[in-house]
Design a protein. Sequence first.
Length: 137
Amino acid sequence: MKYDKSFYITAFFEDFRERISNIKKIIDLGFKEEGVILSLCQIDALANFRYKQRFGENKKYFKKFVREYCKNVPKISTYTDDLYIYFRCAGIHKGRIPILLTKHSVFSVQGILAILEDCFNSIEQACLKNDKWPHEL
């Protein structure tokens, strides 16, 4: 049986898309902070798939990934430090996000979900277009 790389790449992204769908369900159930934390974990996972970073390099590659693949959120590159420190790290390491999730900002529940979806869509398109795994781009 011949290895059909594009089939497996497509399956990988379909599985990931299902995880994003599950995060939306969690948010719709009222677990907004938990949904945000999971969204940030998924961004971190995508960055890891893309750059295959070594232990201790999460910050560098999380920020690089968001800057490179988040195309539709204005001025996102100016917010990557805050996104990483006050949301990703606080959520993962403390289990809480100490900053109020506002309705009209990049740091709202929908704003962070939009960052995840934008990054996901961008890397998925690049992988499918080039028939490459994230780390091969």
